[in-house]
Design a protein around this ligand. Sequence first.
Ligand code: SAM
Ligand code: SF4
Length: 350
Amino acid sequence: MSEVSTRTRDVLNTAGESAPVPLIDTFGRAITYLRLSVTDRCDLRCTYCMPERMTFLPKREVLSLEELFNLATGFIERGVTKIRITGGEPLVRRDIIGLFEALGERLGRGLEELTLTTNATQLAVHADALFKAGVRRVNISLDTLDRTRFAELTRRDALPQVLDGIAAAQEAGLRVKLNAVALKGVNEHELPDLIAWAHGRGCDVTLIEVMPLGDVEEDRLDQYLPLSAVRARLEQRWTLRNTTEQTGGPARYVDVADTGGRLGLITPHTNNFCDGCNRLRVTATGQLYPCLGGGERVDLRAALRGDDPQLELAAALDKTMLIKPERHNFRMDERGLAPHLPRHMSMTGG
Ligand code: SAM
Ligand code: SF4
C-alpha cells in the first residue's frame, strides 16, 4: 500500500470515524494554520492586487458555504487550530456570517482561533456579529489615511467607510491589526504617520513588501519598496527593538519604543522563514496551495464533490504533505522581482 493510502486509512478508521492524524510534511513541519479564501470578488480594486477590469470566477466554480464548512472541518480534524477567512473581500460574500457562526461552534473543540483579513468597507455592518461568532482579532488592510490617495490606490472612494469599520470593530471588542503594503513613491513617506496613527489607537501594524502575484496594470518594479529601506528611515525617527515573536509566517516583529506599539515586517522575498512554515492556503474554488510562492496545487473541490468526500479529502491532504516545498521561489533577479506567478493575491488570499 502506498504511503498516501496508508496514512489515509489511518485517518479513517474502520468505523469511518476520524482519528487525529496530524498534518506533518516531509520536512517535519506541523501544519496548524489554514488561510481559507471564501470569494475572489472584491468591492475595491487595489492597484497592486488586481486590474480595474478584473475577471472574476463564475459563481458555480466557487465552493458553497456548506462545502467551505466541510472543508474547514476536515482541516480541524487533522490538527489545524487556527483558521483565517480571507478573499477577495470575505465580507462581500452573501451570508458569510453564517460560516463564521458555524465555525465558531468549533472554537474550543479543536479550533483555537477564528479570524479574518478584510478591507473593512463592510465591517461596520458585521463587527458585532463577528464578535458574537467568536472572532476576537481582525487584520484590516489600510495603506493610506489620505482620502485622495486611498481613492487612487484602491480605485474607490471608500476611506470614510473603512475608518468607520475600524472604529466599529474596536467598539465591538475586536482587536485590530493593520496591514499596509509599502509602495514606492505612493505611501512610502506616509508610513511613519500611519504607524503612529494606528499605535495611538491600540492597533499593531504590519508592513508588507509587494509580491509578484498576477497581472496588474502597473509595473511591479515601480511599486516595489524593500522594507529594509523603510526600517532604516523609521530608525531615524524612532527606537525599534527586535522581538522574538514568531508566528510561523514571514513576519518579523519589532517594538516601537516611542509609540508603545508593535510593528511587523513581512519580507516575502527572503525565505529565511520557510523553515517554520505552519500554513496552507485554499482558494475559493477549493484549490489548495501548499506555498504562496510556489506552483504546487491540490484540487480539494474534486475531493469534496467526489463519491466519498471524507476519504478523498483525507487522501488529498496526505498528498499535500508530500508536495509542500521546502522553500518558496520568490527571488529577486538583478532587475527586481522574479519570477512572476500568474495567480492574483485575491485568489489565494494572502
Ligand atoms: N480583501 C482583503 C484585504 O484586502 O484585507 C483580504 C484579501 S487581500 C488579497 C489580503 C492582503 O493581501 C491585503 O493585506 C493586501 O494588501 C495584500 N496584497 C494583495 N496583493 C498583494 C501583492 N501583490 N503583494 C503584497 N500584498 C498584497
Ligand atoms: Fe480587494 Fe484586498 Fe485585493 Fe484590495 S487587496 S483589491 S481589498 S482583495
